[in-house]
Ligand binder design. Structure first.
Ligand code: OAD
Length: 252
């Protein structure tokens, strides 16, 4: 760990002493589970055009193409496991009474690791939503029969994710903003901080007085405002800065 050690120690102490912790995760936290991120080398948006697959217009134009892409991603995701970073955050939650996990990821891996009440601000790839009656339901099958229909009204279903140009669920988003602005420590992990409004949560937390810790393999637009920037893989850094339950004392 070498020259990183003092920063790691600082992050450990900040997390240990915090009464209220909020965490924002992005695609980087799932990278070590074998899931491609969106930007950067090998990123999904290097191979595919978001405007062809992840907008309401794309879905209206060609729902089958859009569903085939989401169905392929579901089949990939059905074969992966949460990694050490997801598990570390699930452990951290068990040591804090006031803890909120906000994720931009749609992969469901935080739940798979045992985290509870995760705010999935971009929705979940395992949810489907009716384009007619808006009913939403969960279907964990690796492959769907395309095109899926609403069990209640037979209208076409869409993926239960947030597309470019769409609004986030207002209740989920309000809860995320509340958690960020009332946290003592805001931990931001594996996100390029390019996509708003989620990218605004770290600055919001900072301006409300939180100490901000960033974990990423490279610098991002929020790196300049954080109190503690830890450069490296989430699967290595998070287990190292999250102490064991015993050290914190449950519910502290
Ligand atoms: P990005 O793909 O934009 O960024 C991933 C970040 O993770 C980058 O900053 C990487 O440096 C970092 N990273 C990669 N591997 C890592 C590792 N092992 N440990 C730590 N960090 C690592 O993903 P997001 O920021 O999540 O939106 O993207 C935000 C949104 O853009 C997504 O939710 C999605 C996408 O379009 C929607 O689907 C609406």
């Amino acid at each position: 760990m070498g020259e990183k050690a003092p920063e790691m120690e600082r992050a450990r102490a900040l997390l240990r002493d915090a009464h209220s912790v909020a965490v924002l995760t992005g695609a980087g936290i799932s990278a070590e589970s074998g899931i491609p991120t969106f930007r950067g080398a090998g990123g999904l948006w290097k191979q595919f055009r978001a405007e062809d697959l992840a907008t309401p217009e794309a879905f209206r134009r060609d729902p089958r193409l859009c569903w085939e892409w989401y169905d392929w991603r579901r089949s990939v995701l059905s074969q992966v496991q949460p990694n050490a970073a997801h598990h570390a955050l699930a452990r951290l939650q068990r040591t804090k009474r006031d803890f909120t996990l906000i994720t931009q990821n749609v992969d469901g891996l935080h739940f798979a690791a045992g985290s509870e009440r995760v705010l999935e601000v971009h929705g979940s790839i395992w949810n489907l939503r009716c384009t007619g009656c808006e009913r939403e339901w969960t279907d964990r099958s690796a492959r769907l029969e395309l095109l899926p229909q609403c069990p209640a009204c037979d209208k076409l279903a869409r993926p239960g994710v947030v597309w470019f140009g769409e609004k986030l669920n207002p209740n989920t988003w309000a809860a995320a903003e509340r958690a960020a602005s009332s946290s003592d420590v805001f931990l931001v992990v594996g996100t390029s901080a390019m996509v708003y409004p989620a990218a605004g949560l770290a600055p919001l937390a900072r301006s409300a007085g939180a100490k901000v810790i960033e974990v990423n393999i490279e610098a991002t637009p929020v790196s300049g405002l954080v109190d503690c920037a830890l450069t490296g893989r989430a699967g290595e850094i998070l287990p190292a800065i999250v102490s064991s339950d015993q050290e914190y004392g449950a519910g502290s």
